[in-house]
Ligand binder design. Structure first.
Ligand code: UDP
Ligand code: GLC
Length: 389
């Protein structure tokens, strides 16, 4: 089966990192078409996955765009859709990995008579998307997609609540290679030394810097923790959230935490950095659709404390394989951070249990098999009479 993957982003966010793993088994018979140039293209190339940037003009629709703004971008989309239609003739399936990719992929699937798969990585609620965007996504998926893969039960529930068809929707979690998350002790201590973290209780936050990812909640919590607690913020503003970055720096200065918060920017050595932490914090203030970083912390055998909403609830069992706290509540977060600092043995037991269970549950080989089975299922082509995969 030959697949034309579509993704709007030039940068490697979680949806793109997930796509990278899904595309790997198809590297000899797929193309990833991107709607922007950037480091995600390089990452695909490093992994020998064929990739092409299909447009260089920025598509002017954002998560909160109105109908008028959406319609205004139609002129931009026409040449892109034409290009996708032309490419699609060489592939059996169009696999849209983001919302703009869905809209383009939906129209291209009609013109090229190729089935459309939509991998939904978002919670389609008002907290994340304008009503127009939700309506466009649900209508495109309902009318054109043979299958909607959602990254969690939470994303599935929101899709259905927004009017999505339940009968075409299947949940598949992100897959990971557990081996990548086993770091050598010597490299870990070298990393801690390099970063000036020796003797500290290190709490890591791994996410792009964006208001809904809640780095400010962690900084506020840190101010209430003992002095040996230090925070590393790993990630950068990927989608133009520069004001928030400035706000975080101002917050750190105002609280006098300059020596206890390190901004490391975007990094490609996540497993080693996670291993250099004593605890990983996930602090999203809006429900997280899935939360790759939560699973990555588990696979690294590092205890994770996550905001109790969205996909995180499906990943974390409080007190069993991590901790859950009320989203946006720095006091509760500070309490868990302090407890983990004081009860190191119990924290290690939880972290080791998390690694053992997550290694099974999110193994990329099994996850990729689930996706292959779904793609192969007859119903993918049922709407496309006389079309053979
Ligand atoms: N990540 C990364 N470098 C960074 C920060 C984050 O590679 O500096 C990765 C992180 O390990 C995770 C992904 O980016 O795999 C973020 O995915 P997640 O699902 O947690 O959130 P998203 O940003 O997609 O909403
Ligand atoms: C999106 C979501 C994130 C999820 C990732 C992979 O970026 O925001 O929660 O983990 O996709 O599915």
């Amino acid at each position: 089966m030959k697949i034309l993957f579509l993704d709007q982003s030039g940068k490697p966010g979680g949806a793109e990192l997930c796509l990278l793993d899904i595309a790997k088994p198809y590297s000899d018979r797929c193309l990833v078409g991107l709607f922007a140039d950037g480091s995600f293209k390089d990452l695909l190339q490093q992994n020998q996955i064929p990739v092409e940037v299909l447009t260089t003009g920025q598509i002017q629709v954002r998560k909160q765009s109105s109908l008028a703004q959406g319609l205004g971008s139609l002129g931009q989309l026409v040449p892109l859709i034409a290009k996708v239609v032309q490419k699609a003739h060489n592939y059996d399936i169009i696999y849209a990995n983001t919302q703009k990719a869905l809209v383009v992929g939906a129209l291209a699937s009609v013109f090229s008579r190729r089935p459309l798969i939509y991998h939904l990585h978002d919670i389609l609620s008002s907290e994340h998307f304008s009503q127009t965007n939700r309506r466009i996504a649900v209508t495109s998926a309902n009318r054109c997609a043979s299958l909607v893969i959602t990254n969690s039960l939470a994303s599935k529930a929101a899709f259905i609540a927004a009017g999505g068809r339940p009968e075409i929707t299947e949940v598949v979690y992100n897959g990971f290679d557990p081996k990548i998350y086993h770091s050598h002790e010597s490299e870990v201590s070298q990393m801690r030394q390099q970063l000036g973290l020796d003797g500290q209780f290190v709490v890591g936050h791994f996410s792009r810097l964006a208001p809904w990812k809640g780095q400010h909640i962690l900084i506020e919590a840190l101010a209430q923790c003992p002095r040996e607690v230090t925070v590393i913020l790993v990630g950068d503003a990927l989608f133009g959230e520069q004001d928030y970055v400035q706000e975080l720096h101002n917050q750190v200065t105002a609280l006098g935490l300059e020596n206890r918060v390190k901004f490391l920017g975007f990094r490609s050595d996540i497993p080693l950095l996670m291993a250099a932490c004593d605890l990983v914090a996930h602090t999203s203030t809006s429900p997280e659709p899935f939360g790759r970083v939560i699973v990555e912390a588990m696979l690294s055998a590092r205890c994770v404390v996550a905001a109790k909403a969205g996909g995180a609830i499906e990943l974390v069992e409080h007190g069993i394989n991590g901790f859950l706290v009320t989203p946006g509540d720095p006091q509760e977060l500070a309490q868990v951070m302090t407890t983990c600092l004081k009860e190191k043995e119990n924290t290690a037991v939880i972290a080791n249990h998390a690694r053992a269970t997550a290694s099974q549950r999110f193994d990329v080989t099994n996850i990729n098999q689930q996706i292959a089975q779904l793609l192969n299922k007859k119903f993918v082509i049922r709407n496309y009479l006389n079309y053979e995969l």
